[in-house]
Write a protein that binds this ligand. Structure first.
Ligand code: SF4
Length: 359
């Protein structure tokens, strides 16, 4: 398989293989994981601007990047649609300490409207913090400065090794350079953006790297404002994600090892919801239940082959109630389905993320 020599080559490669769908302003912003908003009933709202990712991490839980084996479309959301939806949801929540976290089924660092998005989010009344989950590699000194000026408060950095060769191997692309990422971290800190690292621990692959990451993070001054500099993630294989052949730790074993590292290195490596200022806040209503039959207008492919994106009708022109839905159907029905109204039975609903099947 051809993998490019820069991250832009990797994006071009994806664009040559899959349908790139620009989500238009009239599409509801709640209902799928690929784009829009995800509300889990707290003061954290996830904003998902794009599914594009130039990397192909060996453990990627969402099977993103040029090496994806199951995607047939990628999404780029409209910044205006995201911002007006967010404003309405924050007004509905009626709290004044919302953290907006930019993440998703891709790498937000490649979203072409990232600065505009951060600036717009920061201007919404009720937002106290804007954070982003990113590999950072795709940004540069200028874009970091623009993001700092736009109001970005924190970067949650995904880095799994400081060893350039291993980091490259885990990222799945030959152009990834962890030393460039370290330089960008230094620059982000100088600009006043806080950084914490969230490496994925792959037992037998990057065990020693956890120690070197923690030591570097502490020396570099990461994790200000009571936050730990590093929050290690346990590797969990996902049904449709890429899997790594490693022994998967139990939660008990994982937390035992985290405590060992905390004692050995004298660094706090865990945080409570209080410490992260996460608390319950009004949750968006759930307008549809599992087993409901709904009328849906199919508007495009969904992200995974055999999935389509639909809008549940009738629309009420309100983010609070309007939903998109992922509809499962045979891929060869694409020509018949897109643009049509169909009946769908909802088979799954998790935090307003809907999946349905044609009736
Ligand atoms: S883990 Fe993140 S950075 Fe890596 S391929 Fe998946 S989406 Fe991209």
């Amino acid at each position: 398989m051809l993998i490019g020599v820069t991250w832009k080559d990797s994006i071009n490669e994806i664009e040559g293989k899959r349908k790139i769908i620009r989500v238009s302003e009239d599409v509801p912003q709640v209902g799928v994981l690929a784009f829009g908003l995800v509300d889990r009933g707290t003061n954290i709202i996830e904003v998902r601007p794009t599914t594009l990712c130039p990397l192909s991490c060996i453990y990627c839980s969402v099977n993103a990047g040029p090496r994806s084996t199951n995607r047939w479309a990628e999404f780029i959301d409209d910044p205006g649609a995201l911002l007006s939806a967010l404003e309405e949801v924050i007004r509905f929540k009626d709290v004044n300490d919302v953290e907006v976290h930019i993440d998703g089924m891709g790498e937000p660092g490649v979203y072409p409207h990232l600065v505009e998005l951060v600036r717009g989010i920061k201007a919404i009344s009720g937002v106290s913090r804007v954070s982003i989950q990113t590999r950072l590699y795709m940004l540069n000194d200028d874009s970091l400065r623009e993001l700092a000026q736009a109001g970005l408060d924190r970067i949650n950095l995904s880095v799994d090794s400081l060893n350039p060769e291993l980091a490259k191997r885990i990222s799945g692309v030959p152009w990834y350079d962890v030393n460039r990422v370290k330089d960008l971290v230094t620059h982000a800190l100088e600009l006043g953006i806080n950084v914490i690292i969230s490496p994925v621990w792959l037992p037998g692959i990057n065990d020693d790297d956890m120690v070197s990451i923690i030591k570097w993070a502490r020396e570099a001054g990461l994790g200000k404002n009571e936050l730990p500099p590093v929050l290690i993630q346990k590797y969990i294989p996902h049904k449709r994600g890429r899997r790594v052949k490693v022994r998967v730790m139990t939660w008990q074993e994982f937390w035992g090892k985290i405590r060992e590292l905390e004692n050995k290195l004298g660094v706090k490596l865990s945080a409570t919801n209080d410490g992260l200022n996460i608390h319950r806040a009004p949750k968006l209503p759930i307008p549809y239940d599992v087993d409901d039959e709904v009328k849906v207008r199919i508007i495009s492919r969904g992200i995974i082959k055999g999935e389509f994106l639909g809008v549940i009708l009738p629309l009420r022109n309100s983010v609070i109630y309007d939903r998109v839905i992922t509809v499962i159907a045979e891929p060869n029905m694409e020509k018949i389905l897109i643009g049509k109204q169909v009946k769908v039975r909802i088979i799954e609903n998790n935090n307003n993320i809907y999946i349905g099947r044609l009736i």
